[in-house]
Design a protein around this ligand. Structure first.
Ligand code: MTE
Length: 336
């Protein structure tokens, strides 16, 4: 995130390093079953042997967003896959190599490399606070207990770049319904793993770790808010927040907190890491809004990764119909 930290030092952003393959949803489901059985997550990705037709087709598919059959390698469609607005999915290699994950580094190019050995299994998420049914969920419980569905969402970073990403996951609402917040609970607070042994970026003194984010309960109950466990039909890679992350597509990307270990229902509005770092620049709501600029740059338009030129930013990132009711009567300039 292009942010002046507490010392006033500007942190640089970076470029894209292409790499990698992707598989389809069927492979994800198969892969997830193998993963569950083996007690492994990201390390266990089915891949055809070199020279196998599927391997050759996978290589071709890397360059163009097309469906391939993982067993035969047949190209199912040559038409690039698109979101509901007709915008193509951002290539897998960009989604998995252009990342913000400050616990590893502030350099988007280097997150994938630095996070490659990040241990995502075993993994547990502790869910509690003001709830009737607190609990500790193993990542495999989250995968099997809640039906995993595909959601193709635009991700709009506060830095004014964006992607279209096919996530796999389940509505956060389903988890909240199970744990039953009490009437005093007003917000959901999320926390990322805080392990300096594995996450070199945590040595940075400029942020108050762990990474924390929050949502109002009614926002969290909106069907668009999901806990994601995969993308492009494949289990999440560490750089994208494995093994489980939040995705709230109508808000700037920083709300979509990665590698969650704790979810608490609380009465007071949580202070996020970014609010703490620069409260004049990053508010609690962080709704995508082309009419309210960041103090240091315009939010009116954005650079879609993989495209030349810029495109207009849409109110609530194009999800106005689904989420505008949440903010009726609110001053969105004051509640930025
Ligand atoms: N979550 C944690 N724990 N740490 C981070 O640095 N960066 C946020 C968000 N979630 C971040 C995080 C920002 S600024 C963005 S834009 C998105 O993750 C980027 O997600 P991606 O790398 O999967 O595209």
């Amino acid at each position: 995130m292009l942010i002046k930290n507490k010392s006033g030092i500007e942190i640089p952003s970076s470029e894209i390093t292409p790499k990698h393959i992707y598989l389809n949803r069927r492979t994800f489901m198969k892969g997830a079953a193998v993963v569950t059985a083996a007690g492994l997550v990201a390390a266990c990705r089915p891949a055809p042997p070199e020279g196998h037709p599927a391997a050759v087709a996978t290589q071709a598919a890397q360059e163009a967003a097309v469906n391939i059959d993982p067993t035969t390698g047949a190209v199912a469609t040559a038409t690039p896959r698109v979101d509901e607005l007709g915008d193509p999915w951002t290539p897998y290699r960009d989604v998995t190599n252009y990342n913000n994950y400050y616990e590893f580094t502030t350099d988007k190019n280097d997150v994938a490399k630095l996070a490659q050995d990040f241990q995502t299994s075993p993994w547990q998420v502790t869910v509690g606070g003001m709830v009737k049914n607190p609990g500790v969920y193993d990542i495999d419980d989250l995968r099997t207990k809640f039906d995993q569905e595909e959601r193709v969402y635009r991700l709009r970073c506060v830095e004014a770049w964006s992607m279209v990403i096919p996530w796999m996951g389940f509505p956060l609402r389903k988890l909240l319904e199970e744990i039953e917040p009490t009437s005093e609970a007003k917000y959901v607070r999320f926390e990322t793993l805080n392990d300096p042994e594995q996450m070199p970026g945590l040595r940075s003194p400029w942020y108050s770790w762990p990474y924390v984010e929050g949502l109002r309960i009614d926002e969290a109950m909106n069907d668009l808010a999901i806990l994601a466990t995969g993308l492009y039909g494949e289990a999440l890679l560490p750089q994208n927040g494995a093994p489980v992350r939040l995705v709230v597509p109508w808000k700037y990307g920083f709300k979509s907190i990665k590698s969650i270990v704790k979810i608490d229902l609380v009465a007071e509005q949580p202070t996020s890491l970014w609010m703490d770092a620069a409260s004049n620049e990053y508010g609690f709501y962080a709704n995508v809004n082309p009419n309210v600029n960041h103090p240091r740059w315009s939010q009116a338009n954005e650079r879609r990764i993989g495209e030349i030129g810029r495109r207009d930013t849409l109110m609530f990132n194009g999800y106005e119909e689904q989420v505008a009711y949440l903010y009726e009567g609110m001053d969105l300039r004051a509640n930025f």
